[in-house]
Design a protein around this ligand. Sequence first.
Ligand code: 4NP
Length: 155
Amino acid sequence: MSTSVLFVCLGNICRSPTAHGVFQELVKAADLQDRIQVDSAGTGAWHVGEAPDQRATAAARARGYDLSSLRARVVSVADFSNFDYVLAMDQQNLGNLQAMAPADYRGHLGLFLDFHSHPLLREVPDPYCGGNAGFDQVLDLVEEASRGLLKAITG
Ligand code: 4NP
């Protein structure tokens, strides 16, 4: 059986491409690339076609993740036909996704950090307007939640 995962943030240049790259690497390390498809998208269109933010790319590279081939795109209604998991980085993204999701969507639409081991962590903070430390915080949250997500998918 195959499972597909879509990570969604606002711009698709900081948080969701980080989750895309980190989770993809975890999937690869588990030799599950044939079983688990990974993608990311944004609810906003400002950065469509752009590579991830240089600060996100640099922070990820320092931990061994390559985000350089990713390009920003906007989430669409069709994504709900194509993805089993649609995971939002914060409540605002989730609200926008819930508003556009077909009523008969049978996949998992929720917050990515629901897969984090710490139950009180809900949102991946938007690092766009902050300093470099914000990008390391994103990586910390994303790495832990990615392990939880892989466990949830593989059982
Ligand atoms: P992201 O960060 O949602 O994690 O990709 C942002 C990137 C760009 C903007 C906001 C957040 N922006 O307003 O352009």
